[in-house]
Design a protein around this ligand. Structure first.
Ligand SMILES: O=C(O)c1cc(=O)[nH]c(=O)n1[C@@H]1O[C@H](COP(=O)(O)O)[C@@H](O)[C@H]1O
Length: 274
């Protein structure tokens, strides 16, 4: 199924714009999981099973698996999500960016090895570095635009001259993706919740294009301001990510229930402003 079709169905059927980010850090796992060779998979599957009915998508961050030689556990996790929670899109957060021939391999890794439904990609190497992902028309290609970190302003906020006039670099990325790169209707943009004014600016430039919005929870982004700036006419259009605030809500054997409570509160807090 096309990523966007699955995402729209999940927005409606789950009544949720929440994306739970799967950033497993073994140092923060509860004691009973410490030291197990399959700890990452066990931790993540319990979080997934406890929260799947509350989310519009899951977003595993590849570095948290690769750093611990746990790519096999990432493969098993995505398989688990597809088998047990069908219709829940999986966004592989890899922020890839490289020349075309290498990007082809990254696309195979994301979509064929890990069976992700979408991937985050860094657009700053240009169109040919993104084409190998766009060549999978059913898969989501989510391009960094205005990132949530403070240093995001260093380059993304620079003024540039374009054929459409002078604008900030992130605005040019937003326009380029919406107007030129989205021929298959499979593009989305990353805009941080920590910068609601820029979410509003991007929304004004890109119409209904979906936005992945990290930065609520641990990074302190404002939910009300995010919704006011980014929701579409029908109260959707956003995948609002929270990772650490959900994953590490509890420290004991009941960590998954604690994660569910925070995920539910977060979904409800988001829905209050739709
Ligand atoms: O692409 C991303 O997901 C991303 C983009 C961005 O601008 N900022 C950002 O925090 N992220 C990711 O979103 C997640 C945020 O995690 P928490 O701050 O714990 O909710 C991490 O996996 C980050 O790598």
């Amino acid at each position: 199924m096309h990523f966007m079709t699955a995402l729209r169905a999940a927005w409606q059927q789950r009544d949720s714009l929440l994306c739970v980010g799967l950033d497993p850090d073994p140092a923060r796992f509860p004691a009973h999981l410490q030291g197990r060779s399959d700890a990452i998979l066990r931790f993540c599957t319990q979080i997934v099973d406890a929260t799947a009915d509350l989310v519009c998508c899951f977003k595993p961050q590849i570095a948290y698996f690769a750093a611990h030689r746990a790519e096999d556990q990432l493969e098993a996790l995505v398989e688990h999500i597809h088998a047990r929670h069908p219709g829940t899109p999986v966004v592989l957060d890899a922020k890839r960016g490289d020349i075309g021939s290498t990007a082809e391999q990254y696309a195979i890794e994301a979509f064929e090895r890990f069976k992700a439904d979408a991937i985050t990609v860094n657009p700053y190497m240009g169109r040919d570095s993104v084409d190998p992902y766009l060549a999978y028309p059913d898969k989501g290609v989510i391009l960094l635009c205005r990132t949530s970190n403070p240093g995001g302003s260093d380059l993304q906020f620079l003024e540039v001259d374009t054929s459409k006039g002078r604008m900030k670099l992130y605005e040019h990325v937003a326009r380029t993706v919406a107007e030129d790169w989205n021929a298959s209707g499979n593009c989305a943009l990353v805009v941080g919740a920590t910068f609601p004014a820029e979410i509003a600016r991007v929304r004004a430039l890109v119409g209904e294009l979906p936005l992945l919005v990290p930065g609520i929870g641990a990074q302190g982004g404002d939910i009300a301001a995010t919704l006011a700036a980014g929701r579409t006419e029908n109260g959707t259009g956003l995948m609002i990510n929270s990772s650490r605030a959900v994953l590490y809500a509890g420290k004991g054997e009941d960590f998954a229930e604690a994660a569910r409570r925070v995920a539910e509160e977060t979904r409800d807090a988001i829905n209050a402003y739709r």
